[in-house]
Design a protein. Structure first.
Length: 392
């Protein structure tokens, strides 16, 4: 983004002492804007961001802080309404006081700051407000009832403010980050029983397979605040790795693709007797792909042992998978739930390949130590390849 477009512009960033707020304050400053952060604590000195101290849950504190920021800046063109707090739990797990506290900061906090900033923004030729919302406003996330409700309110607030102020020359938009690599998320991870596994689950929840960086959100905010986005208002810009809009098949790790030689080997036993000499000529009545799936749940405390076991799948099983034309074996994990997807040429042949292997029985018994079955297709009963399996 060109530095010149922010030259001479003056920006106020709430929650600007850490995380997305600090990344935004620094980026706007790098692009040429004069920036003041509003927060409960000062921004780190090494970043060179001036901070005014305020509590967005206190109207008088906000009024004084905005007035001080405008005096320091010599005006106001951009307001980034970023200050907010997190919350976990279902509707049963958060008391009324917690609901009031989160809404007081996440929603009313934005109202208070915008109310104090609007008289100054009306004097700007490039006025813009950017509210930090969340993917939780548009996607249902487990144990985020309170947080999601507060961010849903922010989304509605953004649209209403955009309608109210567009004819005054004030653009209002919001940015919807996915799970971001911020201090709040870091604290959640450090409190988890298995921080590494929890981080992996959060990363896999987003289609691009990682946490969103604070700098990526800052870049989106800068775009929405830029004079070059003069026709953009009433917009929610998702920065979530595709989480809100994409629906991909689960993927995590894949087995090696079989070689051409392996695919040409005839299947032993019942499959061969049925006439399935090659993958290109399945027998009459054979259930042929494209995918079969397994849904299981890790037993308590078994994430580590399961991972170790799965990383050491017996070679005999992998060879059988290759001969049966298994193109892919992927595992997707969400918390303690595991979704296995096998893509193969011929499900019947796959069963025939592995049912006679004693190592398969031992391996399934080992998996049973770690996994609880969640779904079972009653039409097939107990599958031969995996404890529970059904066609997608």
């Amino acid at each position: 983004m060109a530095r010149a477009q922010f030259a001479g512009l003056k920006a106020l960033v709430t929650g600007g002492a850490s995380g997305i707020g600090l990344a935004t304050a620094r980026y706007l400053n790098e692009l040429g804007a004069s920036v003041v952060a509003l927060d409960l604590v000062p921004a780190p000195e090494e970043h060179g961001i001036t901070t005014v101290i305020a509590d967005v849950s206190d109207s008088q504190s906000v009024e004084r802080a905005v007035a001080s920021a405008v005096e320091l800046l010599g005006g106001l063109d951009i307001l980034v309404n970023n200050a907010g707090i997190g919350a976990q739990g279902t509707v049963e797990e958060n008391e009324d006081e917690e609901w009031r506290r989160v809404f007081d900061v996440n929603v009313l906090g934005m109202v208070r700051v915008a109310r104090s900033a609007l008289p100054h923004l009306r004097r700007s030729g490039h006025a813009a407000i950017v509210n930090t919302c969340s993917v939780a406003a548009t996607a249902g996330l487990p144990r985020r009832a309170l947080y999601g409700a507060s961010k849903g309110a922010v989304l509605s607030l953004t649209l209403s403010m955009a309608a109210d102020h567009v004819r005054e020359g004030i653009r209002v938009n919001c940015v919807n980050p996915g799970t971001a690599d911020t201090p709040w998320v870091s604290r959640l991870l450090s409190a988890a029983a298995d921080p590494v596994a929890e981080r992996a689950a959060l990363e896999q929840r987003q289609p691009h397979g990682r946490l969103v960086s604070a700098e990526e959100v800052a870049a989106a905010i800068a775009y929405l605040a830029s004079p070059e986005a003069g026709s953009t208002t009433g917009t929610a810009l998702a920065v979530d790795g595709g989480m809100s809009g994409l629906r991909l098949r689960p993927r995590a790790t894949a087995s090696p693709s079989p070689s051409a030689a392996d695919r040409e080997q005839p299947a032993p036993g019942p499959a061969r007797a049925a006439g399935s000499g090659t993958d290109d000529a399945p027998p009459q009545g054979s259930r042929r792909g494209p995918r079969v799936a397994l849904h299981t749940r890790l037993k308590p405390g078994m994430a580590g042992p399961y991972q170790e076991a799965h990383e050491n799948v017996p070679a005999e099983l992998l060879d059988a998978f290759a001969r049966a034309g298994v193109r892919e074996w992927t595992i997707w994990r969400s918390g303690d739930e595991l979704f296995h997807v096998i893509e193969c040429e011929d499900y019947d042949r796959l069963n025939a390949e592995v049912e006679g292997l004693a190592v398969n029985v031992a391996w399934q018994a080992r998996m049973a130590e770690y996994l609880d079955v969640v779904h079972q297709d009653p039409r097939k009963g107990a599958a031969k390849v995996l404890p529970v399996i059904w066609e997608l």
